[in-house]
Design a protein around this ligand. Structure first.
Ligand SMILES: O=C(O)CCC(=O)C(=O)O
Ligand SMILES: [Fe+2]
Length: 277
C-alpha cells in the first residue's frame, strides 16, 4: 500500500504530495504524481533527500532533459542548472513574473527545482495559474484573444545588450545564444489535458503580432494585471528537502527576493516540451 497523500493548496491549483520518496518512486505512485501535476500545474514535495543523480533521474521520468543554454550548470552536471544568489548579490534569478523558455519554438515542459541552501527566512516562490486566469475572462474577450499571436524573445533578458547577466553577478552566460524569437498563440491548449491557457508572460513576451507597440502594451498590461491577482496564485515556502515541479505552459513563477545578505542555492533540471497548439 502506498502512503501517498495529496493535499490540494487551492481549488484546482497547486498540491503538496506527501508520503513518498522521489528517489524510490514506484511506477504507480509516479502515475499519480503525473496525473496530479497535469491537473494542478505545480506540485510540491517535502522532506526529500535527493542526490544530484536522483534529481536528474526523477526529471528523466517526465521526459528528455533540456539543457538551458544560459544558466551556469553545477560542476560536472551539465543537466543541472544552478539558481544561486550570494549574500552580496542584489538581484536574484527569476525575481519577476515569467514563464521559462517561452522564447523557444518548442518551450520546455517544466522544471524540477530542489532546495540546496536556504536563507533563514524568505525566499519563497510564487506561482500563478494561467488557465484559471483565462477562464475568469468574459467569453467575448476570450474569443478575441484566441485570434491573436504573440512574439516572445530572450534577447532583452539574456542577450549581449541586456544588463541581467551583470545584475545577477555573471550567473547567466552565452549571450550570443540569445538570438531566437518565437511566435505562439496568445491562447494555447495544454498538450496533455486540452485545457486552455493564456500564454503570454511579463518576462519574455515582447508584443502582439501585427499590433503597434502601444496597442500591445495596453493589452499585455491588462492581461498581466489580471493574471497577477492573488486568487490565481499559490505561494511555496521552501524548507530543507523541499522540491517543486512546475508546468511552464500552465504557470508563471516569481522568486521572491526578500532575503538580503543571505545565500540561496537551488538546483534546477528542465524537461523538454512538445509543440504548442
Ligand atoms: O529560485 C526560484 O524559486 C525560481 C527561479 C526561477 O525562475 C527558475 O528557476 O526558473
Ligand atoms: Fe524561472
Amino acid at each position: 500500500m502506498s502512503a501517498l497523500e495529496i493535499r490540494e493548496m487551492k481549488d484546482g491549483f497547486g498540491a503538496e504530495i506527501r508520503g513518498i520518496d522521489l528517489a524510490h518512486l514506484s511506477d504507480s505512485d509516479f502515475e499519480k504524481v503525473l496525473k496530479t501535476f497535469r491537473q494542478q500545474g505545480v506540485v510540491f514535495f517535502r522532506d526529500q533527500s535527493l542526490s544530484i543523480e536522483d534529481h536528474v533521474e526523477f526529471a528523466k521520468r517526465l521526459g528528455p532533459i533540456n539543457i538551458n543554454r544560459f544558466f551556469q550548470p553545477v560542476d560536472n552536471y551539465p543537466m543541472v542548472a544552478e539558481v544561486r544568489k550570494e549574500p552580496d548579490q542584489k538581484v536574484n534569478v527569476g525575481g519577476a513574473w515569467h514563464t521559462d523558455h517561452s522564447y523557444d519554438e518548442v518551450p520546455a515542459l517544466g522544471s524540477v527545482l530542489v532546495a540546496r541552501e536556504l536563507p533563514a527566512s524568505g525566499g519563497d516562490t510564487l506561482f500563478a495559474n494561467l488557465s484559471l486566469a483565462y477562464e475568469a475572462l468574459s467569453p467575448g474577450f476570450q474569443e478575441m484573444l484566441e485570434t491573436l499571436e504573440a512574439r516572445h524573445s530572450s534577447r532583452h533578458v539574456f542577450g549581449a545588450q541586456a544588463r541581467y547577466s551583470e545584475e545577477v553577478s555573471g550567473r547567466i552566460g552565452n549571450p550570443e545564444k540569445a538570438v531566437q524569437d518565437s511566435l505562439h498563440p496568445v491562447v494555447i491548449r495544454h498538450p496533455d489535458t486540452g485545457r486552455k491557457i493564456l500564454y503570454v508572460n511579463p518576462g519574455f513576451t515582447i508584443g502582439i503580432e501585427g499590433w503597434s507597440e502601444s496597442e500591445s502594451k495596453a493589452l499585455l498590461g491588462f492581461l498581466y494585471h489580471h493574471a497577477q491577482q492573488p486568487q490565481f496564485q499559490v505561494r511555496f515556502d521552501w524548507q530543507p528537502g523541499s522540491v517543486a515541479l512546475w508546468d511552464n505552459r500552465t504557470t508563471w513563477h516569481n522568486a521572491v527576493n526578500d532575503y538580503p545578505g543571505q545565500r540561496r542555492l537551488m538546483h534546477r533540471v528542465t524537461i523538454e516540451g512538445t509543440p504548442l497548439q
